[in-house]
Design a protein around this ligand. Structure first.
Ligand code: 8YV
Length: 329
């Protein structure tokens, strides 16, 4: 039997499936104790399954028998792809099943920032609603506005669909290459990043984090946005230069920001972002619904079991590793 190390809690049903086919070690939390247990389990591990942990060479060098890493995420920025491929270790992720939920999160942030939902809900709770509201509590419209999407992958397209059909928005997008089918479906216009920033009421970031996208939105880019526009980030915190964003918000150069991801997670409680009324900060809830997290976990289990059985997993990120694994077997 193969040895699998889990560093994510799975449902009883998925645990039963895994235990029928492998010896399973569960690391329940990634505290210092949990990490020490993970290190102890790595020397005999054939498969790893989890999320939210940077699996660097320092850890993976401890796992000489490792054949596959199954990430319960679509983002793969926690992995060193070249290292895994060189060692013939298959990496899988969980695309598709989280697309719609993550796009819902994007719209939750668009609506919450534009209509000041969290700020005004806190205001009501604090007993401030003593007479009819006035312009001091007004927000700005979402319907009919221009939504600029940076990164037109699956999640970008799910946002475009919501914006176009649900809210009658004009859709602009920027991505590595134009996508004629997207332009046709959602009457979307391709723009350079600079033009998109200057023309959009809402700029929504959906690009994966990579060397090319780290710091993509810095002081220069923020300065191109309209003062009445809102930045939404549902990709990764490091895509934005956070100090530059804080400075722009503090100076009133943007209307607001809806942020689900941050340079440092968990977001430190003393972050200046949390002192700004026009910031809606959520704790990386992009895919966090019961239904979607279970679907992601099922997908990750399927991928791992396929990889360990010598089959090609459905969501293989580094196909080149198959060849390396074959030649070194
Ligand atoms: C998860 C995500 O929150 O899939 C991703 O890339 O960012 C989120 O859906 C995270 O990876 C934990 O499972």
């Amino acid at each position: 039997m193969k040895n699998i190390v889990l560093y994510k809690k799975l449902s009883a049903e998925l645990m039963t499936r895994l235990r029928q086919q492998a010896q399973v070690t569960c690391i329940d939390d990634l505290s210092a104790d949990g990490l020490a247990r993970l290190r102890d389990a790595l020397p005999t591990a054939h498969g790893l399954l989890g999320a939210s942990l940077r699996l660097d060479a320092g850890l993976l060098d401890l796992a000489p028998q490792l054949e596959a890493v199954s990430s319960v995420s679509v983002g793969i920025d926690n992995y060193d792809l070249d290292y895994l491929t060189r060692r013939g270790i298959l990496l899988t992720n969980t695309p598709d099943v989280l697309t719609e939920t993550t796009a819902d999160t994007g719209f939750a942030l668009i609506l919450a920032t534009a209509r000041r939902v969290t700020e005004l809900a806190a205001w009501v709770r604090a007993g401030q609603w003593r007479k009819s509201i006035g312009p001091a509590q007004f927000g700005s419209d979402v319907h009919g506005k221009t939504l600029g999407i940076v990164g037109m992958g699956r999640i970008g397209e799910a946002l475009a669909r919501r914006g176009h059909f649900g809210f009658g928005m004009s859709i602009l997008y920027h991505s590595s290459s134009p996508k004629p089918e997207v332009e046709q479906r959602y009457a979307a216009g391709y723009r350079s990043l600079e033009a998109l920033l200057a023309e959009s009421d809402f700029v929504c970031l959906t690009v994966p984090l990579s060397a090319a996208t780290e710091g993509l939105i810095g002081a220069r880019e923020l300065a191109r946005m309209r003062p009445e526009s809102i930045l939404i980030n549902i990709s990764r915190g490091k895509v934005v230069d956070e100090p530059a964003l804080i400075a722009a918000l503090q100076a009133g150069r943007l209307r607001g920001a809806g942020l689900d991801v941050f340079e440092r997670e968990p977001l430190p409680a003393d972050s200046p972002l949390l002192r700004l009324d026009n910031v809606v900060a959520t704790p990386h809830i992009g895919s966090a619904t019961h239904e979607t997290r279970e679907a992601m976990a099922r997908c990750a289990v399927d991928n791992l079991l396929a990889a360990l059985a010598g089959q090609r997993p459905a969501n293989l990120v580094n196909p080149a590793a198959l060849e390396v694994a074959r030649t070194t077997a």
